[in-house]
Design a protein around this ligand. Structure first.
Ligand code: FPP
Length: 271
């Protein structure tokens, strides 16, 4: 659950967050759009639209704070089970976002990527996604990763299947299948693991998001619903992260809030 970052003015929080390293990679499960809409007597789609506004603000804030990677869970492999009208509205919203925001992403040096079975998205959404990725490819600032038609178990099963295929084809030795080999066949290959995983709207679960990659992520759950999530909420989450001691399974001696694993002197012999 969200830790006790003391109440302070927004400018004090901003000043405080800049005194320590920010997480290199933040992942967010954008949850609570439906509840936000219901509380206002609005259709669920209005919540998703408001959620797109929060997304815009958080992308900009991450770029300005020096976060290098931001992964956002935008549509899961399970979300197809929602009413057809809601799924269509989400796809339209995605296309609209990509068309409208690409100039702003470029202006802010943001490079867009996508993870998930994007080939199965409706053709319009897929086209807009491919164009936006292409147009922002050379940017060197924040890497914005949209998880679309994404499911972590499906991703891991896909990596296992590919390794089996390579082994059966004689292209790899099964004995060489280690963690690094699995990672090379995940959608996130080449992207560092998330340091901080934020879940708005109070739910305490990962919902099939980045199960492998989030093995050592610091979790931050806040009751704030995603459409209400603002830059100040992001800053609070980062401040909470900065107060944690990351041990990566070790004892933590000499490891700071955003530190690295120790020297491995006590590691078991390699198998
Ligand atoms: C979960 O809230 C949210 C989603 C399934 C969709 C997330 C989509 C957006 C934030 C829209 C903008 C996205 C892009 C890429 C433009 P929920 O509907 O499950 O909320 P509930 O749990 O309160 O019902």
């Amino acid at each position: 659950m969200a830790g006790g970052v003391p109440e302070a003015g927004e400018s004090e929080l901003e000043a405080a967050v800049r005194t320590r390293p920010v997480p290199r990679h933040i992942a967010i499960i954008m949850d609570g759009n439906g509840r936000w809409a219901r509380r206002r007597g609005l259709p669920r789609v209005a919540g998703h639209r408001a959620g797109a506004g929060a997304l815009r603000e958080v992308v900009r804030a991450c770029g300005e704070l020096g976060v290098k990677y931001l992964s956002l869970f935008a549509f899961s492999t399970e979300n197809w089970r929602r009413p057809r009208a809601e799924v269509s509205a989400l796809m339209r919203l995605l296309s609209e976002y990509l068309r409208r925001e690409v100039d702003e992403l470029n202006a802010n040096d943001v490079a867009l990527r996508a993870i998930g079975a994007t080939a199965d998205l409706p053709p319009g959404a897929r086209r807009n996604l491919e164009r936006a990725i292409e147009r922002t490819r050379g940017n060197g600032g924040l890497c914005l990763i949209l998880a679309l038609n994404y499911g972590s178990r499906r991703e891991i099963a896909g990596a296992a299947r590919e390794l089996c295929r390579l082994s059966a084809a004689g292209e790899i030795d099964w004995r060489a299948v280690d963690e690094a080999a699995v990672e090379r066949h995940l959608y996130t290959s080449g992207i560092p693991d998330p340091d901080l995983l934020i879940r708005p709207s109070g739910e305490m679960r990962l919902s099939n998001f980045l199960l492998w990659q989030a093995a050592y992520a610091e979790l931050y759950v806040t009751p704030v619903l995603w459409p209400d999530f603002r830059r100040a909420d992001l800053v609070r989450a980062i401040l909470d992260y900065q107060r944690r001691e990351r041990r990566f399974g070790g004892v933590g001696a000499g490891v700071g809030a955003a530190g690295e694993p120790g020297d491995g002197a006590g590691a078991p012999p390699a198998r």
